[in-house]
Design a protein. Structure first.
Length: 259
């Protein structure tokens, strides 16, 4: 067990699987109190139990990131159990690919609601708690390389992740005077259940050449990421090491998108 995050309480949304689960495990291994906030409470409870079995501290709460009441309840549960909140990771996300010409209003609204509105609500509720504690605190958002370059078969997702980048910058400007920093990281192709589903969806659309293996072929370091590849940067962003960084988006994508 490390100590870089000792005593810090961190909420991670979407932490029952994929990148979020990797973050939760990594934070707990560095001494953090971890709150796993996810729609899938059973899976989240499983991650929490695993962390506690390994000597860490964790709880799971059911949170729909598009529902402000549930998001606020997640913050309340974290503070009730651990006494305070130090960092909030807006990590939950989803994708539902469609060819650009076929995108429906309902598809666009759902993808934007989860990925962009969820970040806005999570940031607001975290900041309310930071203010109640007297200021300070960290918000970290999961952006994506898709927020820097649009992809033809998931335009709403690309637009939503571009919105995450803008929301990160706007929040950084809004709360800097209170000692609250807001940053993001932008993964590329990461081996997670989200990509497994995405590949199946793309294949069903007849767009298999836009899938995981095809996109991973462009990575300079020669392999797709695992959730564990994201963890060191996330620990840095949750720790005091990053106190003088705000409004930034850190790419973690093996050299896939060079800008």
């Amino acid at each position: 067990m490390g100590e870089r995050l000792a005593g810090r309480t961190i909420i991670v949304t979407g932490a029952a699987s994929g990148i979020g689960a990797g973050l939760a495990r990594g934070f707990a291994a560095e001494g953090a109190n971890v709150v796993i906030a996810d729609l899938n409470l059973d899976a989240g409870a499983g991650i929490a139990a695993e962390i506690e079995a390994n000597g860490g501290q964790a709880i799971a709460v059911r949170v729909d990131v598009t529902d402000r009441v549930q998001v606020a309840a997640g913050v309340y549960a974290a503070v009730e159990r651990f006494g305070r909140l130090d960092a909030y990771f807006n990590n939950a996300g989803m994708n539902a690919p469609m060819k650009y010409i076929d995108i429906t209003e309902s598809n666009f609204e759902l993808v934007m609601k989860v990925n962009a509105l969820g970040v806005l609500i999570g940031t607001q509720e975290a900041v309310k708690q930071f203010r109640a504690q007297g200021g300070g605190g960290k918000v970290i958002n999961t952006a994506s390389i898709a927020g820097r370059t649009g992809f033809p078969d998931f335009a709403p997702y690309s637009a939503a992740k571009a919105a995450v980048i803008s929301l990160t910058q706007s929040a950084a400007r809004s709360f800097a005077a209170e000692g609250i920093t807001v940053n993001a990281f932008a993964p590329g192709v990461v081996a997670t259940p989200l990509w497994t589903k995405l590949d199946a969806d793309l294949a069903a659309m007849g767009a298999a050449d836009a899938g995981f293996d095809s996109m991973a072929a462009d990575i300079l370091l020669g392999r797709p990421a695992q959730p564990e590849d994201i963890v060191p940067t996330a620990i840095f962003l949750a720790a005091a090491d990053s106190d003088y960084i705000t409004g930034q988006v850190i790419p973690i994508e093996g050299g896939m998108i060079l800008v």
